[in-house]
Design a binder for this molecule. Structure first.
Ligand SMILES: C[S@@+](CC[C@H](N)C(=O)[O-])C[C@H]1O[C@@H](n2cnc3c(N)ncnc32)[C@H](O)[C@@H]1O
Length: 383
């Protein structure tokens, strides 16, 4: 007669293998075995990823309250910050100390707070390196948008209200002047670091003029004009963008070298220049639209001219594409045709459009640049 279950089975209670758990606990007590076990099976990464929204809210809330601007004026105690920013003291201590741990604030011996070097460089709104525009956009828009990720998975439909029904994202968003400004300054926050690298890594000396399609506030045109005195250029975008572009360009005293060209890239040919660039713009549309825009760029370029695309493209040569994949989900939440392409896909579209000498390189974070030339001599060598 068989006995019901083996000794090992009898140790299983409610799905828990008691014998194994006891063994693990014993191993955990040993100095060597415990350390090894913690290295092999540490849940910290999982927990950090799953709760990253908490740290995110601390940073976004600090930007929302203008904390970094307040501290740009000088050191402040917790008490002073509570008074000036209208905070209740209960949560202020852990909030400020979390920002210290995140590397954005420093706490002196007297207990007063200052901006860390990184915060002073990148989070002071009056500063030229301000990335807070993106954080403001994240706080006001993207944080809520991402709560619809489950719906995106179930339906494939963007969560953004601007794309509901047959609406088009930009024309709907730009009906609200405050949203227009927030969006454009947010784009400057994303694009400035990339634009500095594009100014350094693309062979600009071979060209004299450029036009940036979907230029937003003008992060790329401004960085190019600041870096290369021989270049003149234009930003091309929807007419609503013009005053915000002009204001930004004038703040850098570049109005004599940077024009704004109002237009709609879907309903007219693109303006001509030696280089036509598309930054964070192709990624919002389906493949056939991207191919059409690249064909328009080819038509607008002189022989030897170049097209330049920068986006959070997925690069199969890189081990870590997490930020590009998150960016892909972000643009899917925003726009119905959106997705981040892989670099080889984009390279194929450029080649099919007629471009040659196609090169690509990683810029920063999720973003890579790819460029190609229309066959012909360098435009800078033409008379
Ligand atoms: C995501 S933003 C990218 C901004 C900038 N290139 C960058 O890298 O930060 C897309 C830009 O394309 C512009 N845009 C959208 N539809 C357009 C159209 N039909 N014609 C011209 N520009 C358009 C938007 O106004 C916006 O400035």
């Amino acid at each position: 007669m068989s006995y019901s279950g083996s000794a090992a089975e009898s140790e299983v209670r409610g799905g828990v293998n008691l014998r194994r758990e006891k063994l693990v606990m014993k191993l955990f007590q040993s100095r060597v075995g415990g350390a090894l076990l913690r290295r092999l099976a540490d849940p910290e990464e999982i927990v950090r990823a799953g709760t990253a929204f908490t740290a995110s809210q601390v940073v976004l809330t600090a930007v929302e309250f203008g904390l970094f601007t307040e501290l740009a004026a000088g050191r402040r105690s917790k008490h002073e910050l509570c008074e000036r920013l209208g905070w209740h003291p209960r949560a202020a201590g852990p909030f400020l100390d979390a920002l210290v741990d995140l590397g954005l604030l420093r706490r002196g011996r007297s207990g007063r707070y200052t901006n860390s070097r990184a915060a002073a460089l990148f989070l002071r709104p009056a500063g030229p390196n301000y990335v807070g525009g993106l954080l403001e956009l994240s706080g006001k828009r993207l944080y809520t948008l991402w709560s619809g990720l489950g719906d995106l998975l179930r339906t494939g439909i963007p969560e953004a209200g601007e794309e509901r029904g047959g609406n088009e994202f930009f024309s709907t968003l730009y009906r609200d002047p405050a949203a227009l400004r927030d969006f454009l300054t947010g784009m400057t926050g994303i694009a400035t670091g990339e634009a500095m690298l594009i100014a350094a890594r693309f062979p600009w000396r071979r060209f004299r003029t450029f036009v940036d399609i979907g230029c937003a506030q003008g992060a790329l045109p401004v960085r190019l004009a600041l870096t290369h005195p021989h270049l003149t250029g234009a930003g091309y975008d929807l007419a609503a963008v013009e005053p915000i572009f002009r204001e930004y360009v004038e703040s850098y005293d570049l109005a004599d070298r940077l024009l704004f060209i109002p237009g709609d890239m879907f309903h007219e040919p693109l303006p001509g220049a030696d280089v036509v660039s598309f930054g964070h713009i192709l990624h919002g549309y389906g493949e056939s639209v991207r191919r059409d825009l690249l064909a328009k760029a080819y038509a607008a370029l002189p022989p030897g001219g170049a097209v330049l695309v920068y986006d959070a493209m997925i690069d199969p040569r890189r081990r870590d594409n997490l930020l590009s994949r998150l960016s892909s989900l972000n643009i899917m939440l925003e726009m119905r045709g959106g997705f981040e392409a892989t670099l080889p896909e984009c390279e194929t579209w450029l080649r099919d459009a007629g471009f040659v000498d196609i090169r690509s390189c990683h810029l920063i974070g999720p973003t890579s640049m790819i460029h190609g030339r229309k066959p012909g001599p360098d435009p800078a060598t033409r008379r």
